[in-house]
Ligand binder design. Structure first.
Ligand SMILES: C[S@@+](CC[C@H](N)C(=O)[O-])C[C@H]1O[C@@H](n2cnc3c(N)ncnc32)[C@H](O)[C@@H]1O
Length: 350
C-alpha cells in the first residue's frame, strides 16, 4: 500500500474522531453521540478505512511484533490463553481468597455475602469452573471493527461495533441493555441485549479513546463488569506513543476507577505505541476496592474520579474551553496530539 493511500485512510479515521469530539464540546455527550450514530455513511467509511489500516498498513509498517501496534491482537490472545489455560486464573483466585481471608480476619467480621460481586453464591462456582477440557474462551470484542480474533479456534467470539460487517453485530455498547440472555434483532444483524455474567473476557482494543466523554468511557467499563463472569478479564489496549512515564498518573487513575467498580489490575505493559492492561473482575468486590484506599498523592487527585475515565485529550479540552478565541488553532493541536498517539502519524509510515 502506498504512503498516499495510508495517509488517506488515516485522514478518514482522524476526521471522524475529530468531528465527534468537536460535536461533544458543542452539543454535549448525549446529543453528539446521537448525531454520530445517525451518520451511517460516515460510520461505514470509517469501518472500511480502519479495517484496511489495521490489516494492511500496520502489518506492513509494524512487522516488529513487540513494538508495532499490529501486535495488540497477539498480545490480547496471549494474555487470554495464559490466564485461562496456563494457570493464571487459578493463581489470582488463590491470591484473592488469601487477601479476602486476611481482610475478614482483621476486620473481625464474618464473610458478608453482600460484599461479593453477585448475591447468588453460585457465582463462585461459575467463576471458578476449570477449563479442564480446554473449552473455548467466550470473548466479547467491543468495537471489533473487522473481528480479528475469531480466526483463532481457542475463542468463541461475539464481535460488536456501531456498524455491522461480516461476523460483526451492530451494537452500541454504551447504551446496551444487559439482562438475562442475549437478544438479537430479527435479521440477526444487531444485538439488543447482552447476558449478564456471561463472558470470560471483554476486549476494548483502541475503543476508549473513540469516546469523547470521560463518563462514556466509564459506562463502557461498568457494562464490561456486568457482562463478565466473576474471575473474568477485561483487556484494554490504548494508544500512546509517549514514554511509559508520561501518562503514568492517568494509568493510576484508571486503576483507581476500575477498582471502585470491582476490577483488580493484574497486568500492565507499555509497548511502543500502546498501553496494554488486564483487569480481573474480582470474586470479592472488597478485595478490588481495597486498592483504591491505598495511598494517593495530592498531585494524583486531579485525575481521580469514581465515574470518569480520563485520557490526555480531556485535559487539553479544558484549556480549549478557557481559550475559546483560539478555537481553530487549538483544534489542530488537539487532533495532532490525539493521533500522534495512534500509529496513524507519519512516524508509522517510515
Ligand atoms: C479505533 S477502532 C478499533 C478497531 C479494533 N478494535 C482494532 O483494535 O483495530 C474503534 C472502534 O470502536 C467502535 N465503537 C466506538 N464506540 C462504540 C460503542 N459504543 N459500541 C460499539 N462499538 C463502538 C467504532 O465504531 C470503531 O470501529
Amino acid at each position: 500500500m502506498t504512503t498516499e493511500e495510508h495517509k488517506r485512510l488515516a485522514d478518514i479515521v482522524k476526521e471522524t474522531h475529530a468531528l465527534l469530539r468537536a460535536e461533544y464540546h458543542q452539543y454535549g455527550a448525549e446529543m453528539a453521540w446521537k448525531r454520530h450514530l445517525a451518520r451511517n455513511d460516515v460510520l461505514q467509511k470509517y469501518a472500511i478505512s480502519m479495517h484496511k489500516l489495521a490489516t494492511k498498513c500496520w502489518v506492513d509498517s509494524n512487522s516488529d511484533l513487540r513494538n508495532g501496534t499490529f501486535c495488540r491482537i497477539e498480545w490480547i490472545k496471549t494474555q487470554c490463553k495464559e490466564y485461562f489455560y496456563n494457570g493464571g486464573r487459578e493463581k489470582y483466585d488463590k491470591k484473592e481468597q488469601e487477601i479476602n481471608a486476611k481482610m475478614t480476619f482483621f476486620s473481625a467480621k464474618s464473610y458478608d455475602e453482600s460484599a461479593t460481586c453477585e448475591k447468588d453464591p453460585s457465582h463462585i462456582k461459575n467463576g471458578l469452573q476449570n477449563f479442564v477440557d480446554e473449552r473455548k474462551i467466550s470473548l466479547l470484542d467491543v468495537g471489533s471493527c473487522y473481528n480479528p480474533i475469531s480466526i483463532d479456534n481457542a475463542f468463541d467470539v461475539t464481535a460488536i461495533d456501531l456498524i455491522p460487517t461480516v461476523g460483526v453485530y451492530r451494537c452500541d455498547f454504551l447504551n446496551i441493555v444487559i439482562g438475562k440472555e442475549k437478544i438479537l434483532s430479527r435479521d440477526m444483524q444487531e444485538i439488543y441485549q447482552l447476558p449478564t455474567n456471561f463472558f470470560d473476557s471483554v476486549i476494548f482494543s483502541l475503543l476508549l479513546e473513540y469516546l469523547p466523554c470521560p463518563k462514556q468511557r466509564y459506562i463502557c467499563c461498568r457494562n464490561a463488569y456486568d457482562v463478565l463472569k466473576s474471575g473474568g478479564i477485561l483487556i484494554i489496549v490504548s494508544p500512546d506513543s509517549k514514554h511509559v512515564g508520561s501518562n503514568a498518573r492517568l494509568m493510576k487513575s484508571w486503576r483507581y476507577t476500575l477498582s471502585k467498580i470491582g476490577f483488580m489490575r493484574i497486568k500492565y505493559e507499555k509497548l511502543r505505541h500502546i498501553h496494554c492492561l488486564v483487569f480481573r473482575k474480582c470474586l470479592y468486590k472488597d478485595v478490588a476496592i481495597r486498592w483504591s484506599k491505598l495511598r494517593f498523592f495530592e498531585t494524583d487527585k486531579k485525575y481521580l474520579s469514581e465515574t470518569k475515565i480520563f485520557i490526555p485529550q480531556d485535559f487539553q479540552t479544558i484549556r480549549f474551553k478557557e481559550e475559546r478565541e483560539k478555537l481553530n488553532k487549538y483544534e489542530e493541536t488537539d487532533i495532532a496530539s490525539a493521533f500522534s498517539e495512534l500509529p496513524f502519524n507519519n512516524e508509522a509510515l517510515t
